[in-house]
Ligand binder design. Structure first.
Ligand code: UD1
Length: 366
């Protein structure tokens, strides 16, 4: 069976890595069934520290295809990916493509494959924020309706797909491949120098990531969030690896920062896991980090009004803090000043074996 995995943006790489490893394992155990796994990188993310460092840290092979689409408006980026990916499909004629998550590369390639009658596997299906202002929500809904096999990370996903009329026999609750990566690579964090380099002690600093357009593209919102971080920096060191989307806006505010607020370039996978594992509190608007902190039992405040990953709030250590600076500040003070810790547990099937389940199921699809 010939399979093409499509990746494009940072959060795709750690979701594909365990699938690639599992396919290699499957091929060595069942050579007669042999999968051919081809990696296609669209080039949606292209900076060294948004892409290459992840291929290195995750020990991923060089992609067979690099589409080099780069940045652009949503329509430009999606359209460029579609044009280039169609050529790949004509050339390779795969049996299946695997798409991951909810980025523009995910929907663009699903659309191309669906029109060519090629089966689509969606890894991380069923998540819904019910907020159509998020480009990712549109990508999620459309990808799920095009996909033939939908692999779901948390039970709410099955309910969401069911209520959209997707047939039960297409959906499989298998757990979370990103947690497979986390479990596999966590032991490597002992070799990371990042704590030493940034002069950090465990549980004594905050880690921040922000990249949602709603938070960083609006000058008023990002200014409010930065002044909130400045206040928190009076209490704790803050490490803030800045996504390229937020870089310019933050540079404009640079002069006023408290010296405890440490702004860095984006950080590689192993170093970031190290920072997350040791943080007292993480403030983020990322989807994946809500899940990773829940697995690690680290306190997380999500700077959004909704989440497509409700299990992290229901049973994990994540709290939806909203976008009002004063409320976020009070929630953060609650944790760092008053020890108001949210106890959490690990969601079902987030056990490091999701990619094994997925590859086993794919092998039965033929
Ligand atoms: C994308 C995903 C988002 C995901 C995020 C993770 C979509 C719609 N959004 O958002 O779901 O959480 O990736 O990072 O697919 N840029 C660079 N270098 C890069 C990549 C981007 O400088 O390597 C800059 C460009 O100016 C670009 C901007 O960042 O215009 C935004 O990049 P883009 O891929 O459009 O969206 P993200 O915000 O990264």
């Amino acid at each position: 069976m010939k399979i093409i995995s499509v990746v494009g943006a940072r959060p795709n790489f750690m979701k594909m890595a365990p699938i690639d490893k599992e396919i290699r394992k499957h091929n060595s155990e069942f050579p007669a069934e042999g999968f051919k796994h081809i990696i296609c990188h669209t080039g949606q993310h292209y900076d060294m520290n948004m892409s290459d460092v992840f291929f290195y840290d995750l020990e991923l092979p060089k992609p067979e295809y690099y589409l080099n689409v780069g940045s652009g408006s949503h329509a430009e980026q999606t359209a460029k990916i579609m044009i280039e990916f169609e050529k790949v499909l004509f050339n390779e004629k795969p049996d299946i493509i695997i798409v991951y998550g909810d980025v523009n590369s995910t929907i663009a390639c699903s659309l191309v494959a669906a029109k060519l009658g090629i089966k689509i596997v969606h890894v991380e299906a069923g998540l819904r924020s019910f907020d159509r202002e998020m480009p990712e929500e549109i990508n999620r809904v459309l990808t799920d309706h095009l996909a033939d096999y939908l692999f779901v990370t948390e039970k709410a996903g099955i309910k969401n797909l069911d209520s959209e009329g997707i047939p039960q026999d297409k959906m499989f609750f298998v757990g979370n491949v990103m947690i497979d990566s986390l479990i596999y690579y966590l032991p490597r964090t002992v070799k990371s120098n990042i704590m030493y380099n940034l002069e950090l002690q465990p549980s004594s600093y905050l880690l921040v990531t922000l990249h949602r357009p709603s938070n960083v593209d609006n000058p008023e919102n990002i200014t409010k969030i930065l002044s909130l971080l400045n206040k928190l920096a009076e209490k704790r060191k803050i490490i803030f690896p800045v996504h390229p989307r937020a870089r310019n806006r933050i540079k404009n505010n640079l002069s006023d920062f408290n010296k405890n607020l440490f702004i860095t370039d984006p950080i590689g996978y192993i170093d970031f896991l190290t920072l997350m594992k040791n943080a007292e509190l993480v403030l983020t608007d990322s989807g994946g980090i809500q899940e990773e902190t829940t697995y690690l039992g680290v306190q997380c405040l999500t700077i959004r009004n909704n989440t497509e990953r409700p299990v992290t709030v229901e049973i994990g250590t994540n709290q939806l803090a909203g976008t009002d600076s004063e409320k976020i500040l009070q929630a953060a003070y609650g944790i760092i000043n008053n020890g108001e810790i949210k106890k959490g547990s690990i969601p079902d099937l987030w056990d490091g074996k999701t990619s094994e389940r997925i590859v086993h199921m794919i092998s039965n699809f033929q």
